[in-house]
Design a protein around this ligand. Structure first.
Ligand SMILES: [Mn+2]
Length: 327
């Protein structure tokens, strides 16, 4: 653990007063869970704090107590002096929230992405941590703040979603120790799992089925990719549903070294979200960074402002190059 970074974060938490807690666009388990736990810690310190994100809390995370307080706007009368940015490799990833910050606030950057740009006044970046949730667990422990059941559930959610339920290579002994302590604090693992992963509608499963029909293997089976279009959404009558798990299907095929998932996301303009997973040889963080994105060596993402065909051509070209096949 970067002790200097964590100590500076603790100093900022103790010395400053009015905090905005935010995270990346399209928030998921790690960003929402970490926000709730940081909010809890600040409240325990007697601080004023609000939570605001670019997008709404996803449906499957609304069970987390306190998530209803995460808004999409900073309250007009709230005079913030500090912004805590969680799980964001670059400042721009906080999206519209960035525009809501008038003066130049003090920024506390807490993250675990290898691509983090150290954009804060204080930066605590732990590339070894499975999740920001795991980092916040250590922070609370170091501060001697007892984690009650609700924030423990938030942190447990952060950890299991970012590690694919302890399946990814970011899972360490420390990750399991943190999870164990959180269970000791009252987390019910089965109930949390059911809330996050077992509340799907038949439309969501059928949407996955549609995406799977586009699945293709290339380069002798080393490259798998699939796509999800706006048309598939409208035909299944669903709008914003979580597709985070879709990439796991191409990723789980024997022999696949890189899996890519393209998602048509723009409503008013062409925008393609791309997710990457690697089995080890290819560093997909580098490929994603080439297209303005980032993440981790084995899991990364980027957004392209173009049509699906063009995005596929560009990105798959980049992957072929990384695999050492074709230009
Ligand atoms: Mn994360």
């Amino acid at each position: 653990m970067d002790n200097d970074g964590v100590d500076k974060v603790i100093e900022a938490f103790r010395n400053r007063d009015n905090f905005l807690i935010t995270a990346h666009v399209n928030p998921e388990g790690d960003s929402i869970g970490s926000q709730l736990a940081v909010y809890y810690i600040l409240k325990r310190l007697g601080k004023r704090a609000v939570m605001a994100d670019h997008d709404d809390v996803p449906e499957n995370l609304k069970f987390l107590p306190g998530s209803e307080s995460i808004t999409r706007e900073i309250p007009k009368d709230f005079r913030l002096d500090t912004v805590i940015v969680l799980d964001c490799p670059v400042r721009d990833r906080i999206g519209r929230i960035s525009d809501c910050i008038d003066e130049r606030p003090f920024i506390v950057n807490i993250d675990h992405h290898v691509s983090n740009g150290f954009f804060g006044n204080v930066n605590w970046v732990d590339r070894e941590a499975s999740s920001v949730g795991e980092m916040i667990f250590h922070l609370a422990e170091k501060m001697g703040i007892e984690i009650e059941k609700d924030p423990a559930t938030a942190l447990y959610t952060a950890i299991i979603t970012d590690t694919g339920m302890f399946n990814y290579d970011n899972t360490s002994k420390e990750t399991h120790r943190a999870a164990g302590e959180l269970i000791a604090a009252g987390v019910n693992p089965k109930a949390v799992h059911a809330e996050i992963f077992e509340k799907k509608s038949i439309s969501e499963i059928r949407l996955l089925g549609r995406a799977l029909t586009t699945l293709q293997l290339e380069e002798g089976g080393a490259l798998a990719h699939m796509s999800l279009t706006r048309k598939m959404y409208s035909e299944e009558g669903v709008d914003r549903v979580s597709t985070d798990e879709f990439i796991n299907f191409p990723r789980s095929i024997k022999g696949v070294e890189v899996a890519v998932f393209f998602k048509e996301d723009g409503i008013t303009r062409e925008e393609i979200n791309v997710s990457f997973r690697s089995s080890g040889r290819v560093n997909v963080n580098i490929v994603a960074a080439h297209f303005g994105g980032g993440g981790h060596a084995l899991a990364a993402g980027c957004t392209l402002n173009c049509g699906l065909e063009e995005a596929r051509d560009k990105v798959l070209g980049g992957i072929r190059k990384a695999l050492g096949v074709g230009a």
